[in-house]
Write a protein that binds this ligand. Structure first.
Ligand code: ZN
Length: 655
């Protein structure tokens, strides 16, 4: 591990808390140390109170903050003596501990303190850095794990067997420190959990971290260099097969789940490993991962068997007299299949991406541990415990209710600009994962984040369409919603002067591609965890055509007719198909300033007046259309199919 501490950089951060912010970011930027919340830091420094009194305080990382991007307000200041008094109690439930920690905050605006706050308080050191380093997990998830780290670090660190994070862990560490603590100790290894390092300053604690992790890295490189067994590349997955599996996963989860496919070398090696049952079914690298990955992946595709085993495990809790907790859904979060590779599963694309990050690290550690004599996970009796779920469930409750389209997957064409792009924006905003397609290459980066997949493709080409579907289903597991917004206007030409090629190119995009897309998505829409839904962006021209727009008007009328037939044919598959007819939406690629000026002039109006030339005298924007489209996709419209909704400010030629 490289020492990235730079005194010049560090000087830009103010005081002891500032140094802790800087050191935390250095730790947070190492993905092999800290993944999605695994790790925390603290510093003990005075708090000056409003009366001028100075209180000895612990500034500890608050929940909801990421170490890589933390700022000073991400640390919760707590009175040190109060924490030590709490830690001296004989017992305290974790929910009670969390309540006490929250109530003890010296600043009520500070975030809820880390669940490991008491642990930081019972240690005497000024600065503490803690990570869930892959190297420590690789070395301690072995039969002789404790012995190995002892040989590596000798008496420079303290060794503590696994205890669930919370009050009991603080207690265990406090007792261990009383008996064996020494000022010259560099840190503490929590077996199957991670590393704490200490220092009189954050710089010292950080550099102790670098030193100890580097030793572990060297030891692993020496005794178990990461060698991913060679396997053949996996063939492309059949989208229907993946969508079927996603439907099963969503059924046991009782909500739509996003499923993401991974086919890298480690995923293939583990999915096809002859010993995969023994290696993967023991348990996670550290119990912290359970909330993201569950205790074990599903091997193969028997989702019901996985769910049954999960329910049985949960039932064991009830014997302990605690029944008030809701069981999290029994759906696996990681699936290993010898044909599909690794699938990660989550109630949102973000969750599936986080599970993937964690399991990619897990696979590396599993393969390494195998080289060291065999992976040995912590005995579940040590952690599959209710207190754990108390804390995790409190976290989930804080997250609030999910957005209405969470877990659903939308395909949007014409996604780079105008109405298509606005629909993507609105769908992402309502929680959907979105596959955005456009012939314009800027679609790839039109949005970012785990819920977005932008694909540049010409959908008049059947092979390109098939490839879009394959890539989209690999990324999110299916297609539940389709918004067909790709369209061109073509040149304004009287029928008498029609150019055959120009006519054909408008039909190819507006009509032929619409038919091809509908045909391609139908089997996926029929496998949607909720009902499948389609919205076609039609046009006011369907009911009120304009002279000179023959190709456009005819193509949109044809596409509308297609959608009506689809509504008839697919109702029994529980797929709803509706059409919106926007008019005079000028913030789209169809409308250049030139065309707008020319059109306004033809009507003898200013551009501004022309834009509002409708019964309501209102301007219609792409975002207005997108809102109606996402409403039509919403379950609120579960009883509406075959409808055509004008979004045109009211037209006396249509009403
Ligand atoms: Zn930890």
């Amino acid at each position: 591990m490289q020492d990235r501490w730079d005194d010049g950089e560090a000087a830009r951060f103010d005081g002891a808390v500032g140094a802790c912010v800087y050191g935390s970011r250095l730790i947070g930027r190492e993905p092999t140390l800290v993944l999605h919340g695994g790790g925390n830091t603290s510093v003990k420094a005075p708090w000056e109170d409003v009366t001028g009194a100075t209180i000895d305080a612990l500034y500890v990382k608050g929940s909801g903050w990421d170490l890589a991007t933390i700022r000073a307000p991400g640390f919760a200041p707590l009175p040190l003596q109060r924490l030590r008094d709490l830690a001296a109690l004989d017992e305290l439930s974790d929910p009670a501990m969390m309540r006490e920690l929250s109530a003890a905050r010296l600043d009520p605006a500070a975030p809820a303190p880390s669940v490991e706050a008491l642990l930081h308080a019972v240690l005497p050191h000024v600065a503490i850095q803690h990570s869930h380093a892959d190297t420590i997990l690789a070395l301690t998830n072995l039969d002789d794990g404790e012995q190995r780290v002892r040989e590596l670090y000798g008496d420079r660190v303290l060794y503590v067997p696994y205890v669930m994070p919370g009050f009991d862990l603080a207690k265990a560490v406090g007792e261990r420190w009383e008996g064996e603590g020494r000022d010259d100790l560099l840190g503490m290894v929590l077996l199957n959990h991670g590393l704490f390092t200490f220092g009189a300053s954050t710089k010292a604690a950080y550099q102790a971290h670098v030193e100890l992790i580097t030793l572990a890295e060297q030891e692993l490189e020496r005794s178990a260099p990461l060698r991913v067994p060679a396997t053949d590349p996996l063939p492309p997955a059949d989208p229907i097969e993946l969508a079927d599996l996603r439907r099963e996963l969503s059924r046991v989860a009782d909500r739509p789940m996003v499923v993401r496919r991974h086919t890298g070398p480690a995923a293939r090696a583990l999915a096809q490993h002859p010993d995969r049952e023994r290696i993967t079914q023991q348990g996670p690298l550290t119990p912290d991962h359970v909330i993201r990955t569950k205790r074990r992946p599903l091997l193969g595709r028997d989702v019901d068997a996985f769910a049954d085993a999960y329910r049985e495990e949960f039932a064991r809790f009830e014997h302990r007299g605690r029944t008030e907790l809701a069981m999290l859904d029994p759906c696996p979060r990681v699936v290993l299949d010898d044909h599909l590779g690794m699938l990660t599963v989550g109630p949102s694309a973000k969750d599936a991406a986080i599970a993937a990050d964690i399991y990619h690290h897990t696979m590396d550690v599993l393969l390494r541990a195998e080289a060291l004599g065999g992976y040995r996970a912590l005995d579940p009796e040590h952690y599959f415990d209710l207190e754990y779920w108390d804390l995790e469930q409190a976290k989930l409750r804080r997250a609030g209710p999910p957005k209405p389209l969470t877990g659903e997957v939308a395909l949007v064409t014409g996604a780079a600009s105008g109405i298509g792009r606005a629909c993507c924006d609105a769908l992402l905003d309502r929680g959907a994962a979105v596959i955005g397609v456009d012939v314009a290459p800027q679609v790839v980066d039109a949005f970012d984040g785990p819920s977005w997949l932008g694909v540049a493709a010409d959908l008049t080409d059947q092979a390109a369409l098939d490839e879009v579907i394959r890539a989209g289903v690999d990324r999110f597991g299916g297609v539940d919603l389709a918004v067909i917004a790709a369209g061109v206007f073509g040149a304004t030409t009287p029928i008498a002067e029609l150019d055959r090629d120009a006519w054909r190119s408008v039909q190819a995009i507006n009509l032929d591609a619409t038919a091809a897309i509908l045909a391609a998505v139908h089997p996926l829409l029929g496998r949607a965890p909720r009902d499948g839904r389609v919205v076609l962006i039609g046009s006011k021209n369907v009911d009120a055509p304009g002279p000179g727009a023959a190709a456009y008007s005819a193509s949109k009328a044809g596409a509308t007719q297609l959608a009506r037939v689809a509504a008839l044919e697919w109702a029994s598959d529980r797929i709803r198909v509706n059409v919106v007819h926007p008019d005079a939406v000028f913030d789209t690629a169809l409308w250049t300033d030139e065309r707008l000026a020319e059109r306004a002039e033809r009507y003898g109006l200013s551009v501004e007046a022309y834009k509002r030339r409708n019964l309501l005298g209102t301007e219609v924007r792409s975002a207005d259309v997108a809102r109606v489209v996402t409403d039509l996709l919403d379950p609120a419209y579960h009883a509406t199919t075959g409808a055509q909704v004008p979004i045109d400010g009211g037209s006396d030629r249509v009403v």
